[in-house]
Design a protein around this ligand. Structure first.
Ligand code: RB5
Length: 150
């Protein structure tokens, strides 16, 4: 699976933690930065290009990292086709994909530790959308809203 990853300074250390894990587990990674720690950088500059890549299908899933994961989630959800959520528990990490077709998982680098972050990412990337009629129906209602607002 091709996975995009993006982080501001608040998520930079977590990105450095996740990159080798993703590589070791066979994921093809597209790194949207930040490529160096800059305490003055802005999360939209990294998260938006990553979310666009998810929306166009250039990458199948995205990981958005900032200090809390909140800004990353808000930014990614501005892009039609990106379905992002701040994730802090294993259930939501996979159920968000299975039921809601979440395609961007946002994590707070100042909130979750490395071990939990890896488990959350593993659950997110292993999960698949169910395509059950009720979930398709709900997704279509969201996609209709995106068409109207663009
Ligand atoms: C940056 O200091 C911090 O505000 C940002 O990483 C993120 O937490 C925003 O949601």
């Amino acid at each position: 699976m091709r996975v995009g990853i993006a982080a501001d300074h608040g998520g930079f250390d977590l990105k450095q933690t996740l990159l080798p894990w993703l590589q070791a587990h066979g994921f093809e990674i597209v790194d949207f930065g930040a490529y160096q720690l800059d305490p003055d950088d802005d999360y939209p500059d990294f998260i938006i290009p990553m979310a666009r890549a998810v929306a166009t299908g250039d990458v199948e899933r995205g990981l958005g990292l900032c200090g809390s994961g909140v800004g990353a989630s808000i930014a990614a959800n501005k892009i039609p086709g990106a379905r992002a959520c701040l994730i802090g528990d294993i259930y939501s990490a996979h159920q968000g994909v299975e039921d809601d077709d979440m395609n961007v998982c946002c994590l707070g680098g100042r909130v979750v530790g490395a071990s939990l972050a890896i488990e959350l990412v593993a659950a997110f990337l292993a999960a698949r959308f169910s395509h059950l009629p009720r979930h398709n129906r709900r997704l279509l209602k969201l996609q209709a809203l995106e068409v109207r607002s663009t």
